[in-house]
Design a binder for this molecule. Structure first.
Ligand code: DQA
Length: 145
């Protein structure tokens, strides 16, 4: 099994209800069911918090025992030195995902404390970004075995 942790930051618990014009109509729980079906070879761990320190704790907790981490720190992407430092401190490779195209929105969303420490970033492709990030980790695991 390939072990992948998905970590979502603040307000992403409201996906489906929150600004559907920006973030879509689907809840993350519904999406996760489909993602698990699409990747039966992956053991997914999912964590969401609205609290910055809890996200740092989760990054540390899953940062040494997973094959990949898919991280959407939401608004903390743009403000949190602590989350950037946490990513730099761990061994698990991180893919940064944003549902919306942060580069096409307000200027403050163009700053990321995550991007430079991540393997790569996927932005603006909706929830499909989590799918594509998973596929990349699955490909990596196959090429390493
Ligand atoms: C987001 C983009 C952030 O700027 C915003 O604060 C979010 C969600 C996204 O997935 O598009 O909460 O990370």
């Amino acid at each position: 099994m390939i072990n992948i942790t998905i970590i979502n930051g603040p307000n992403l618990n409201l996906l489906g209800k929150r600004e559907p014009g920006v973030y879509g109509n689907e809840s993350f729980d519904d999406f996760l069911v489909q993602l698990k079906q699409a990747f039966p070879q992956v053991n997914f761990t999912y964590f969401q918090s609205n609290v910055e320190g809890e996200l740092v704790n989760a990054i540390q907790q899953y940062g040494f025992n997973q094959d990949g981490m898919i991280l959407n720190p939401a608004a903390y992407t743009h403000t949190s030195v602590a989350i950037g430092d946490a990513i730099a401190s761990i061994q698990t490779p991180v893919i940064e995902v944003h549902i919306s195209n942060v580069h096409a929105r307000e200027d403050f969303r163009k700053i990321s404390h995550v991007s430079a420490k991540a393997v790569g970033s996927i932005v603006g492709l909706g929830l499909r970004g989590y799918h594509l990030a998973t596929a990349w980790f699955v490909d990596q695991a196959a090429s390493q075995s």
